[in-house]
Design a binder for this molecule. Structure first.
Ligand code: NAD
Length: 204
């Protein structure tokens, strides 16, 4: 869609060169079944996709409740047509997807990372996208933000890039403002410190 829009504005009508793929009937692999991953699962199910989940911290019971199949990471990468990442960036998830893992994926597969930069190794991804190891990628987050003006990713036709817009909606910004206001009230009224990056949850 981004390419279609760009070409239309450049005066072209490239209908033949812009054939897409459908989601319905395909396999969606969700890495990390938390708040965002859970929503992505629901959307995938609504589109009649088969959904696979890799999340070592999620119980079989939760996977059953959501009617998804829990599996290991390699199985998810081998079987999915679309892989969407929704984990935090931790020592365990840093470079979780490198060249070795990308090579397990289908040549037709599409990889989306709107979680945190660094979970997918950018050098490996560039190599995979250039070499046809996977079909394309959608990235909202990057190892270093803002993304360097001369980043190799910017030159790739099969990478769609957005500048960390995952939470950039009017509604999300209102929720953030409300959360911050509540946290101030809790601190001044009850002495409770919530969500501090440099302190455990505590009462003063
Ligand atoms: N692009 C954006 O603007 C944007 C907006 C919202 C959230 N995010 C990011 O999306 C990610 C998910 O957010 P969330 O709110 O759903 O978080 P969450 O904490 O609710 O869920 C994270 C999930 O990842 C799982 N997980 C942890 N380590 C894992 C591992 N090694 N392998 C597989 N799964 C693992 C956890 O068990 C959990 O279920 C976070 O990195 C968050 O920062 C980005």
């Amino acid at each position: 869609m981004a390419r279609a829009d760009k070409e239309m504005k450049a005066g072209k009508w490239n209908k033949k060169g812009l054939t897409g793929v459908e989601l319905t009937g395909k396999t969606l692999g969700v890495i990390g079944l938390g708040k965002v991953g859970g929503i992505v699962v629901r959307v995938g199910k609504a589109l009649d996709m088969t959904v696979l989940v890799y999340d070592p911290y999620v119980t079989e019971k939760k996977a059953e409740e959501l009617s998804v199949r829990k599996c290991d990471l390699d199985t998810l990468l081998r079987e999915s047509d679309f892989v969407s990442i929704h984990t935090p960036l931790t020592p365990e998830t840093k470079n979780l997807i490198g060249l070795e893992k990308l090579r397990l994926m289908k040549k037709t597969a599409r990889l989306i990372n709107a979680a945190r930069g660094g979970i997918v190794n950018e050098d490996a991804l560039c190599e995979a996208l250039k070499g046809g190891v996977i079909a394309s990628a959608g990235l909202d987050v990057f190892e270093k933000e803002p993304l360097a003006a001369d980043s190799k990713l910017r030159a790739l036709e099969n990478a769609v890039l957005t500048p960390h817009l995952g939470a950039s909606t009017t509604e999300a910004q209102e929720r953030v403002a409300e959360d911050i206001a509540k946290q101030f009230v809790e601190f001044f009224r009850d002495g409770v410190i919530r969500n501090a990056v440099n302190l455990p949850f505590r009462r003063t």
